[in-house]
Design a protein around this ligand. Structure first.
Ligand code: DAH
Length: 339
C-alpha cells in the first residue's frame, strides 16, 4: 500500500507540474483527491490493514494529500503569473513607434475666400440667401427688366434647357426670389454657382461663382450703397484700399455703377496686373430699378434699395496670385494642398 501511495504521489506531482492550464490542474485534482479519486480509493482499503499499520499509512496518506494540494496551489500560481505575463506582452505598446498619418482635408481656396466674404457681410447684419441653379427665364431675365430680345441677353451665353428653363447666368434672380418671399427690410447676400456657355481657357469657365447682394428698406440711398461696399472692400483688401465708383449700365439698377479698386501692385501707375489701367474692376452695383421693385410687389414710392454682384474666382485669383482659373476645378491635390 505504501508503494501504491508513493506511486500516486510521484505521478500526481509529475502530471501537475506538466499541466499547461488551470483546467488541466483542476482535472488532476479531481483525479487524485476527489471523492472517486485515486487517493480516496486506496484509503478505502485501509480497513484491511492491521492495527499497527493503519496509523502509519494514514499519516502517509495525509502527507501525500497535503503534498498534492500544495503542488496544485503552486502550479496554479505559476500558471496565473505566466498568463499575466503573456497578457501584458500582447498588450505592449511602443509609444516611440511613428503614428499612422490620416490625410487631412482642406478647404478649397474658393471656399476660404467666400467664408471670409460671408463673415464680413454677416458682421454688417446681412443674411445668406439661396436660389436654384436651374432657373426660370422669368427670374434670370424677365423680372430683372431684361425682356426677350434685350441686348443684355447676348452678353450672357445662356445654357437653355427649354424656352422657359435655363441654368442661371447670374445670382441676380435670387434678388427676385427673396423679395417675393420677404417684406422689407431686406439685407441679404446670395453666393452660388452660375453658368455661361463659354469655352474653357485661363480666364473663362462655363461654371463659376458669383456673390449677389440686396438691401431694401425705407430711405435707402446711393450713400448707403457706397458706404456699405467701401467698408466691405476695405475689410477684404485692407484699410488703405482706394476705391472708385464708375458709372455703368445694368437693366435692373438705376443708376448703375462699377466699383474699381486702385491696383495694389502699382498704386494707380498702371502695370501688368491691372493691364496698364491702374484700376481693377471688382463688382457691379446700383440702386434697384423701380420696375424690379414693382414686379416684386414692393412699392417704389415707399421703399428703395441697392444691389451688387461680383465674381468670386477673380477675387480669389488675385488674392493668391493664381493665373489660371482651370486650377480651381481640376481637383489636383498639388494645387489644393497649398491653401
Ligand atoms: N448680375 C450682374 C452680372 O452678372 C452683376 C450685377 C451687377 C449684379 C449689378 C447686381 C448689380 O446685383 O446691381 O454681370
Amino acid at each position: 500500500m505504501k508503494e501504491a501511495l508513493n506511486a500516486i504521489r510521484q505521478q500526481a506531482e509529475q502530471l501537475i507540474h506538466a499541466a499547461q492550464d488551470m483546467k488541466e490542474v483542476d482535472a488532476l485534482r479531481v483525479r487524485f483527491l476527489g471523492k472517486k479519486g485515486e487517493l480516496t480509493a486506496i484509503l478505502k482499503q485501509m480497513g484491511k490493514l492491521s492495527a499497527e499499520e493503519r496509523p502509519v499509512i494514514g499519516q502517509l496518506a495525509n502527507e501525500i494529500r497535503t503534498n498534492i494540494e500544495n503542488a496544485i496551489a503552486a502550479r496554479n500560481e505559476e500558471l496565473k503569473a505566466a498568463q499575466l505575463t503573456a497578457q501584458l506582452e500582447s498588450e505592449r505598446l511602443d509609444v516611440t513607434m511613428p503614428g499612422k498619418r490620416h490625410p487631412l482635408g482642406k478647404k478649397h481656396p474658393l471656399t476660404l475666400v467666400l467664408d471670409e466674404i460671408k463673415e464680413i457681410f454677416l458682421g454688417m447684419g446681412f443674411d445668406i440667401a439661396q436660389g436654384p441653379e436651374v432657373e426660370l427665364d422669368y427670374y434670370n431675365f424677365e423680372a430683372l427688366n431684361i425682356p426677350k430680345n434685350h441686348p443684355a441677353r447676348d452678353t450672357q451665353d445662356t445654357f437653355y434647357i427649354n424656352d422657359n428653363v435655363l441654368l442661371r447666368t447670374q445670382t441676380s434672380p435670387v434678388q427676385i426670389r427673396v423679395m417675393e418671399k420677404q417684406r422689407p427690410p431686406i439685407r441679404v447676400i446670395a453666393p452660388g454657382r452660375v453658368y455661361r456657355s463659354d469655352a474653357v481657357d485661363a480666364t473663362h469657365s462655363p461654371l463659376f461663382h458669383q456673390i449677389e447682394g440686396l438691401v431694401v428698406d425705407k430711405g435707402v440711398t446711393m450713400a448707403d450703397l457706397k458706404g456699405t461696399l467701401e467698408i466691405f472692400v476695405k475689410r477684404l483688401y485692407g484699410e488703405d484700399t482706394v476705391v472708385r465708383f464708375r458709372p455703368h449700365h445694368f437693366p435692373f439698377t438705376e443708376p448703375s455703377a462699377e466699383l474699381d479698386i486702385q491696383c495694389f501692385a502699382c498704386h494707380g501707375e498702371g502695370c501688368r496686373l491691372c493691364k496698364g489701367e491702374g484700376w481693377i474692376e471688382l463688382l457691379g452695383c446700383g440702386m434697384v430699378h423701380p420696375k424690379v421693385l414693382e414686379i416684386c410687389n414692393v412699392d417704389p414710392e415707399e421703399y428703395s434699395g441697392f444691389a451688387f454682384g461680383m465674381g468670386l474666382e477673380r477675387i480669389v485669383m488675385r488674392r493668391f496670385g493664381i493665373d489660371d482659373l482651370r486650377l480651381f476645378f481640376e481637383n489636383d491635390l498639388r494645387f489644393l494642398d497649398q491653401f
